[in-house]
Design a protein around this ligand. Structure first.
Ligand code: CAA
Length: 261
């Protein structure tokens, strides 16, 4: 399925272990048609086992992240079309990507755009961000985590308000509700995310991967089971050379050099 060139995204990996995917269909406000999702998934699959890529950034540029699923494309699908839709396959692949993904969100992150943002592990937004699940205005509802991930993050009242009214929230509200971790000026959001990505890229890739898995597991499990599996993961890391290196570097008062082993 891999194509030679992308139509809906730009990809760059010039920076120290960080791959950047930029949604690039500005005329349609980066609406996430199937092709865009396919291209994102192709890129993630290419770097999943590439040790040189430690962190992925997904952004839409300075003006808009993504205004949702492509409504024109979605309009073509009846109930049978939706039952056979490939989109959930793409979304599961994004959700299962084992390395950290940072979303840089400026402007609109709506519908599937908000859901893509919520698939990412860390979200940095520009103060121009407008975030929402406006599917209700189309006589439908979110279908890619916009009720489930949203409620688990912002709580019942705000999730109900956003999904039932379709109203957008701004960057400050999103931060207050824990949907995003930092708000910057729009022109600084990418560089802030890149700095953060480079910090993470210096860490032990195995520890990062297992910590991400453990954090995401908190969505799925009870506290008791989550604590038990966290402890197993913590113990497992004692078998890595990176752990020995990290502790030795601390003792020797030097910077650790992690090899991912
Ligand atoms: N799908 C397809 N095209 C879209 C789009 C979308 N989701 N959002 C915007 N566009 C297109 C518009 O059709 C328009 O293209 P044309 O110039 O060719 O007509 C262009 O982008 C610019 O849009 P507007 O002229 O509407 O720009 P605006 O600044 O007046 O409004 C907006 C911006 C508020 C984002 C408005 O475009 C809008 O409401 N978009 C739809 C948002 C939405 O409903 N998203 C949810 C989609 S459903 C979904 O995502 C389902 C799911 O989770 C499973």
């Amino acid at each position: 399925m891999n194509k030679e060139s992308n139509e809906d995204i730009l990809v760059s990996n010039v920076d120290d272990g960080v791959l950047t995917i930029t949604l690039n269909r500005p005329k349609a406000y980066n609406a996430l048609r199937n092709n865009a999702l396919q291209e994102i998934v192709n890129e993630l699959e290419k770097v999943e086992n590439d040790n040189n890529i430690k962190v992925v950034i997904i952004t839409g540029g300075k003006k808009v992240f993504a205004a949702g699923a492509d409504i024109k494309e979605m309009a073509q699908l009846n109930v049978v079309g939706l039952l056979n839709d490939i989109r959930p396959v793409f979304w599961r692949k994004i959700a299962a990507f084992p390395k950290p993904i940072i979303a840089v969100v400026n402007g609109f992150a709506l519908g599937a755009g908000c859901e893509l943002m919520m698939h990412c592990d860390i979200v940095i937004v520009g103060d121009n961000a407008q975030i929402g699940q406006p599917e209700i205005n189309l006589g439908i509802m979110p279908g890619l985590g916009g009720t489930q991930r949203l409620l688990r993050t912002v709580g019942k009242s705000m999730a109900m308000q956003m999904v039932l009214s379709g109203e957008f929230i701004n960057a400050e509200q999103a931060k207050n509700f824990g949907l995003v971790s930092e708000v910057t000026l729009p022109e600084l959001s990418y560089s802030r995310a890149l700095t953060l990505a480079k910090v993470i890229a210096q860490k032990s890739p195995i520890a990062v991967r297992i910590a991400k898995e453990s954090l995401l597991n908190a969505y799925e499990t009870t506290l008791e089971a989550g604590l038990a599996s966290e402890r197993k993961a913590f113990t497992l890391l004692a078998a890595t050379e990176d752990r020995a290196e990290g502790i030795a570097a601390f003792m020797e008062k030097r910077k650790p050099v992690f090899q991912g082993q």
